[in-house]
Write a new protein. Structure first.
Length: 301
């Protein structure tokens, strides 16, 4: 199948390579010349503009977007619309907010263009291990795209599927990432407790290795955590600053909108926000309050 890949960052480039290895004809585009040059060394053809990319594809065209959520996705979807023809399909494989996805799909409705949202998980390991894909869109459109999903997935019959209408793929991936926040926070807190019990001299990597087999808490995330602890046991050179790309916030927002309690995911998001405040005014004020009402000593900076 002939596929145009828009966005050749690490994940987009890896997906293009996996598709090419699966004997699909893949042409990539990225505004960065270095990204285009890098993928060319992997045997993937490139185009120097969106119009050139569309021109290079046979009809009906399939355009897979792997670009950051928000304005860049909007700009790309808007730029593609007049270049495409009835029967062409746009797949948004990035981490778009599902509400934005519904709006973009609505723009394409009635034009003969098909819009699919594919929540994609696999990160830097996807090229080797395959990608988990949560797909939203019309059944007949997804059926036509089956060879693409079967190639990208860990196996043709595992790790991918249509979860519902357009928007549902990104909604499902949003919740997936919210769960990921909670799992990561639990592992981080547990290993931190172990590390602080210094009189036992615990080897965290060894404990991770033990838990990886037979334990109810075993997971791929634990595998990666154990690997990280083996490489850098004291996490030297790593700042205690945890970024978030938005999906945790969106998950908490959805939970509130749906009146669903989600304390673990919410707390894990708050922990990430807390990690970025190296000079916390709130903590200073707490210390000041304790001093005011109880005369508790203040620790000077």
């Amino acid at each position: 199948m002939d596929i145009g890949m828009v966005g050749l960052g690490r994940m987009g480039a890896n997906m293009a390579q996996r598709l090419a290895l699966g004997r699909h004809k893949v042409t990539g585009f990225d505004p960065a010349a270095d990204a285009r040059k890098a993928i060319q060394t992997q045997g993937v053809a490139t185009a120097e503009s969106l119009p050139a990319l569309v021109e290079a594809l046979s009809t009906p065209r399939v355009l897979w977007l792997m670009v950051p959520s928000g304005k860049i996705t909007d700009d790309t979807v808007n730029a593609l619309a007049p270049l495409l023809a009835s029967g062409d399909t746009v797949i948004d494989g990035g981490n778009s907010n599902y509400k934005d996805t519904l709006r973009r799909a609505g723009m394409y409705a009635g034009t003969g263009l098909r819009y699919v949202d594919c929540g994609t998980s696999g990160g830097v390991w996807g090229l080797k291990e395959g990608y988990s894909m949560m797909i939203g869109g019309e059944q007949r459109t997804i059926d036509a795209l089956r060879p693409i999903f079967e190639t990208l997935a860990p196996a043709s019959d595992r790790g991918w599927g249509r979860v519902g209408p357009v928007g549902s793929g990104h909604f499902t991936k949003m919740v997936h990432n919210g769960i990921e926040y909670g799992l990561m926070q639990a592992y981080a807190e547990g290993f931190s407790i172990l590390r602080h019990k210094q009189e036992f001299g615990l080897d965290l990597r060894q404990i991770g290795e033990i838990w990886r087999y037979g334990s109810v808490v075993r997971s791929w995330l634990l595998d990666l955590t154990t690997d990280a602890l083996g490489k850098n046991p004291n996490l030297d050179g790593i700042a205690p600053y945890v970024a978030d790309s938005g999906e945790g916030r969106w998950t908490v927002d959805a939970a509130i909108d749906l009146n669903v309690p989600a304390p673990v995911i919410t707390a894990s998001l708050i922990a990430r926000l807390r990690s970025r405040d190296a000079d916390s005014f709130a903590d200073k004020l707490l210390a000041a309050m304790r001093n005011e009402f109880g005369g508790h000593p203040l620790k000077k900076a």
